[in-house]
Structures are given as structure tokens and as C-alpha cells.
Write a protein that binds this ligand. Structure first.
Ligand code: 5HC
Ligand code: ZN
Length: 162
């Protein structure tokens, strides 16, 4: 009987990999974010990426970051990956779940994360660390007992030929 493989991916690599793959569906030209929600016993419960709400066409709504008219920017329309992943879950409670996300959650998603019962956030990047949105998220996570820590990147690179 042969030995088992030793180069299989870890749970963390698996879930962050799924989050990043999900982010590849995003139509946002500047920032693609992906999210994967996992139960305490490592079952994937939901996934999401940043995009427009159902019925709002990717081709007719704006993707600009700036504009004199806020209605001509993406910010008032996009659903963040974390909120999409929470809303995509129809199986019941997310109590005690873990959330893997490629970018640290904003304050609005932090509220949804806390209220849905998610207890742990693992993030890959934090490029908006110095903004009030991220500072507010951290303050709320600390108060609500949601732990958050950066994903510990490995040397692994995965190329999937599709
Ligand atoms: N945690 C996050 N999850 C997300 O899904 N987003 C989305 C909203 C926008 O579509 C995009 C950010 O665009 P930009 O400001 O980097 O061009 O990423 C943004 C953040 C940052 O807080
Ligand atoms: Zn958000």
C-alpha cells in the first residue's frame, strides 16, 4: 500500500484559493475581491465577489472610481464580496463561521459579518488599512469579539489550466 500524497494544499490555502478564484469573476477594473465562508468544521458554506445587484447590468452601470456626480461612480451600486457571500448563503445560520477574504472588510461589511454571527476573519491584503472604514471595522470587530488575522502566505503557486 502506497503512502498518501504529501504536497496536498492546506485548509488555509484551499479556502483563500477559493476566495481568490471567486474574485476573478469580478467586473471591477481596479479592485477584484473574493470571499469564502467556511464552517467551524471546514465545510464551505458560501462564496462571493464584488459586483452589482441582481438585475443591474454590468454593461450599463458605471465602473468609475471618480466623477462629479456620485451616481456616475461604482461606489453607490456595488455589493462587496463579503456581503454577497453572506447574502448568497441560504442554509440558515452562519454562527461561529470563518470568513476568508482577499481584502480587509469595510465598516458596512463588518456590521453584516458581526450580525450574522461570523467569529473569525482571515484576510490576504489590507491596502485601505489607514482609512476610517477599516479603522471602524477593527473597532467593531474588537468590541464584538470577532477575531481577525492576516493570511500567512505560503510559497505555493497554483496554475489551473482551464
Ligand atoms: N473589503 C472590500 N470588499 C469589496 O468587495 N470591495 C469592493 C468594492 C469595489 O468594487 C472595490 C474597491 O474599489 P477601489 O476603490 O479599490 O477602486 O472592491 C472593497 C473592499 C474594501 O473595503
Ligand atoms: Zn464592504
Amino acid at each position: 500500500m502506497g503512502n498518501k500524497r504529501s504536497d496536498y494544499i492546506s485548509w488555509d490555502e484551499y479556502f483563500m484559493g477559493v476566495a481568490k478564484l471567486s474574485g476573478m469573476r469580478s467586473k471591477d477594473p481596479s479592485t477584484q475581491v473574493g470571499c469564502c465562508i467556511v464552517s467551524q468544521d471546514n465545510k464551505i458554506l458560501s462564496m462571493g465577489y464584488n459586483g452589482l445587484p441582481r438585475g443591474c447590468s454590468d454593461d450599463t452601470f458605471p465602473w468609475s472610481r471618480e466623477g462629479e456626480d456620485p451616481l456616475e461612480t461604482k461606489y453607490v451600486y456595488t455589493v462587496h464580496s463579503e456581503l454577497n457571500a453572506i447574502l448568497n448563503y441560504r442554509g440558515g445560520s452562519l454562527e461561529g463561521a470563518k470568513l476568508y477574504v482577499s481584502l480587509f472588510p469595510c465598516n458596512e461589511c463588518a456590521k453584516a459579518i458581526i450580525q450574522s454571527g461570523i467569529k473569525e476573519v482571515i484576510y490576504a491584503e489590507n491596502k485601505y488599512e489607514d482609512t476610517p472604514a477599516v479603522q471602524a471595522s477593527m473597532r467593531m470587530f474588537n468590541a464584538a469579539g470577532v477575531s481577525y488575522h492576516p493570511y500567512q502566505a505560503t510559497e505555493r503557486e497554483i496554475c489551473i489550466r482551464l
